[in-house]
Design a protein around this ligand. Structure first.
Ligand SMILES: NC(=O)c1ccc[n+]([C@@H]2O[C@H](COP(=O)([O-])OP(=O)(O)OC[C@H]3O[C@@H](n4cnc5c(N)ncnc54)[C@H](O)[C@@H]3O)[C@@H](O)[C@H]2O)c1
Length: 494
């Protein structure tokens, strides 16, 4: 293993070093985009960070052909050799975690200290999936004398991966790992808002993987849509919103593509009257991911508190939330970053107006910060609405911002009806001292992941993914690796 092993050991540079290459990377080379260039921005300062390639359908086709050409050799390579190359990629991610994190902080607005953890997590995922290559197993079935039946797992070919903006490097890097480990080649589309860390990552790992094995095409909807519809991409995987998930599924349906979708959430955090209220209020705040301004699919943005403890929990939440004060993302001491874009800021401010208009009580925040140093950036204060009722839009729609809606409950049946009334089903959290009650509640929440007596963290090796409209498939575990393989049965007569 090379590089620092813990996020706390990573040295953070004082300022971002912008990547020299801004083209497309495929076939092991930097390639001029036919689709042209568009500027990318620092959402905390409003400054331009230079132009970035915008792949069009022709560019995507060229990248797919490079990935297709690389597939036979990569899929036939001995698994442990694939793994060895992947571990070298992990080492580079760790060695350069500080500079990559600084680029993400400057380009997506999330605090650099948190983006260091993202870079280390991306490295951990490369190591994790490299370690699982010998688990891509089948079975043998004895079929009587002279005959045996066996099953094997094989990769699909070219996997198209399209990712969201809230963890630019982590998604771009980590989400390449499982399909590569399974022997597929990858065409990756990083988020259009924050592609800089992807360019730098490709500069750094150039030459470690054979040409065409991992290709990166930057751009927006045109680029993603071209990848989703491409006939030589049998598997498309998206991290994004429900609307984009539906568009990708529609595009894939024409050719019966395999798809996995990691989509949005409007997740519930439930506090029972017997809960440890200190733990519950800390968890309610942690579950909101205020550090990256609530821009997280897993954020527990609906807090259901039993009426008997409601006021005390709200008081503690309002106290704890003070820790999160918008600041410059590139400052390692910053506890809360900027919103990624003007469009996302407008959406969040729009929902705050909707909440006020619907009659919810604005208990905290709700404004842009007054600090003049932040005046040119897209910052919002952490925001809490109390008195929210289940019929309000702020209790049903994903805001993807730092807005927490608090709902009061008394009857458990009515509670679960409300908890499960939304179209999403990604995560949930339960706070209670009664383990039997915790199990019952976890069983009743319609979501793919439930925390009990805490909220927020993911655990590499455990499956993460959504029920209902929150997605199809499971990531961050062996299930993700195996999802990039298809089964083949072979019957042998001796
Ligand atoms: N479940 C998860 O693990 C997870 C994690 C992070 C974010 N998300 C979700 O992502 C959303 C926020 O991210 P976003 O604003 O970047 O999402 P988005 O849906 O706008 O974009 C996601 C990606 O899809 C691309 N894209 C857009 N239109 C496309 C199309 N028609 N065809 C193909 N690709 C297209 C975008 O360029 C981007 O790379 C939220 O809904 C959030 O909950 C989910």
């Amino acid at each position: 293993m090379s590089g620092p092993q813990l996020a706390s050991e990573v040295v953070i540079p004082p300022s971002p070093a912008l990547p020299a290459r801004r083209e497309l990377y495929y076939g092991g080379q930097w390639q001029r985009p036919r689709g042209g260039y568009a500027p990318t921005w620092n959402p905390a300062t409003g400054e331009s960070l230079g132009d970035c390639a915008q792949a069009n359908a022709e560019d995507v086709d060229a990248a797919v052909q490079a990935a297709r050409a690389a597939f036979p050799a990569w899929s036939r390579m001995k698994p442990l050799e694939r793994a060895a190359r992947m571990r070298r990629v992990a080492g580079v991610l760790r060695e350069h975690a500080g500079e990559l994190a600084m680029l993400d902080a400057a380009n997506c607005g999330s605090p650099v200290a948190e983006m260091v953890r993202d870079a280390m997590l991306a490295a951990a995922q490369f190591d994790f999936f490299a370690g699982l290559v010998t688990e891509i197993k089948g079975d043998t079935i004895p079929m009587g004398e002279g005959m045996v039946n066996m099953s094997v797992r094989e990769p699909y070919g070219v996997v198209g991966r399209i990712v969201a903006y809230n963890h630019p490097l982590m998604f771009t890097a980590a989400k390449s790992a499982a399909p590569l480990a399974a022997g597929n080649t990858v065409v990756m589309k990083p988020p259009v808002q924050a592609p800089l860390s992807a360019y730098r990552w490709m500069e750094l790992i150039d030459g470690i993987l054979p040409p065409g094995v991992l290709n990166v095409v930057t751009g927006g909807t045109e680029c993603g849509a071209a990848l989703a519809v491409h006939p030589d991409v049998p598997f498309v995987s998206l991290i994004g919103s429900v609307g984009t998930g539906r568009a990708v599924a529609r595009a894939g349906a024409e050719r019966l593509k395999r798809i996995t979708l990691e989509l949005g959430g409007k997740n519930a955090c439930i506090v029972y009257p017997d809960a440890d209220l200190e733990r519950a209020s800390s968890g309610a705040v942690a579950g909101m991911n205020f550090t990256w301004s609530g821009q997280s699919c897993g954020s527990t943005s609906r807090l259901f508190v039993h009426e008997s403890v409601h006021d005390e929990v709200v008081a503690r939440v309002l106290e704890k939330i003070r820790h999160y004060r918008p600041g410059m993302p590139t400052d390692p001491a910053t506890t809360m970053g900027a919103i990624v874009s003007q469009a996302q800021l407008d959406k969040i401010m729009g929902y705050i107006d909707i909440g006020i208009g619907e009659g919810a009580t604005l208990a905290y925040g709700g404004k842009r910060p007054r600090n003049p140093e932040l005046a040119r950036g897209f910052f919002v204060e952490p925001t809490v609405f109390t008195g929210v009722t289940a019929d309000m839009r702020i209790a049903n729609e994903e805001i993807f911002g730092p807005v927490l809606s608090v709902l009061k409950w008394s009857d458990e049946e009515a509670l679960f009806e409300q908890v499960n009334a939304v179209e999403y089903g990604l995560t949930g959290a339960v706070f209670t001292r009664d383990l039997a009650q915790a199990h019952r509640a976890a069983g009743r929440i319609q979501s793919g992941f439930v925390w009990v007596n805490h909220a927020g963290p993911h655990f590499l090796g455990t499956s993460y993914g959504g029920y209902k409209q929150s997605g199809i498939g499971r990531d961050e575990s062996i299930e993700e690796l195996l999802s990039y393989t298809q089964g083949k049965n072979i019957n042998i007569v001796y």
